[in-house]
Design a protein around this ligand. Structure first.
Ligand code: NAD
Length: 253
């Protein structure tokens, strides 16, 4: 039996990848707030611990594919909640599944964002405290900030945290990569579009291709990142954003 685990499997990109993995014959264990094999709230320490233990039980301690898709968008009022899910929830699950991935020489894709490098947040206190794994301190820094001020930093820190794991995890036979989508047509993006003010930020994103991604374009790229032909890809950040990152940062990569 080959096991695939997908967080955020009930909606959007996670749901698309879940279907693909099922079609390829994987036994898929979804983790989400609803409509999933493992119901868990990744914003809380207890929820994360339950998600990890229940999943490990269901997959006999072996994970062949792991997609970390669970996340919240920058249109929400509660910036602290977004950091709890997007950074601390994602990393807890990733680290909790390290041994299970090693047991299967598994492949993991983490969903970052092309927004992660569009602002100079490299040395932002919020990013540093996330990378230090200090959830309480991060919450203190975020306070009552809107998620619009937090989202990109969560994805920036998450991407760096993943890449920091690349040497050790690679030696264990685990593949770790990040996909950095631009705006993608999912319920999350619909939430941004429906927001009275945050929706305007979408018009400010330069996209050479002049459109947002279809969910299957992101799901299809993840499928490739999970495939044998991508077996030497490790520690990569794959932008799928219609050219936005190249337009904003043509001389940086
Ligand atoms: P979505 O809202 O359609 O799906 C996200 C899923 O995460 C939902 O099923 C939701 O229930 C789950 N989730 C949220 N909070 C949770 C929690 N506390 N515990 C467990 N599960 C939780 O969103 P999507 O667009 O498919 O987003 C998937 C990932 O892609 C996210 O990490 C998002 O940040 C990232 N992303 C999305 C876009 C975009 O424009 N849609 C762009 C770049 C990156």
């Amino acid at each position: 039996m080959s096991y695939a685990v997908v967080t955020g499997s009930a909606s959007g990109i996670g749901a698309n990848v879940r279907k693909r993995l099922e079609a390829e014959g994987f036994d898929v264990i979804g983790i989400d707030l609803k409509n999933a094999e493992v119901l868990a709230d990744l914003s809380t320490k207890d929820g994360r611990a339950n998600a990890i233990s229940e999943t490990l039980e269901k997959c006999d301690g072996k994970i062949d594919r792991l997609l970390l898709a669970a996340g919240l968008g920058g249109h929400l009022d509660d910036g602290a909640l977004v950091a709890r899910v997007n950074y601390f929830g994602a990393l807890a699950v990733l680290d909790g599944f390290k041994d299970a991935l090693a047991a299967s020489q598994g492949r993991c894709v983490v969903i970052g964002s092309n927004s992660a490098q569009m602002r100079p947040v490299d040395d932002a206190p919020m990013v540093i405290s996330m990378l230090d794994g200090d959830e309480d301190k991060t919450m203190g820094i975020i306070g009552d900030m809107h998620a619009a001020m937090v989202y990109a930093s969560t994805k920036h820190a998450l991407t760096r945290a993943v890449r920091r794991r690349v040497p050790e995890w690679g030696a264990l036979g685990i593949q770790l990569n990040v996909i950095a989508p631009g705006p993608t047509e999912t319920p999350m993006l619909q939430g941004v579009k429906d927001h009275p003010t945050i929706s305007k930020s979408l018009d400010m994103i330069p996209i050479p291709q002049k459109r947002f991604a279809k969910v299957e374009e992101i799901g299809g790229t993840i499928d490739f990142m999970f495939s044998d032909i991508a077996a030497h890809m490790h520690g990569s950040i794959i932008y799928v954003d219609g050219g936005s990152d190249a337009q904003v940062r043509p001389d940086k990569f």
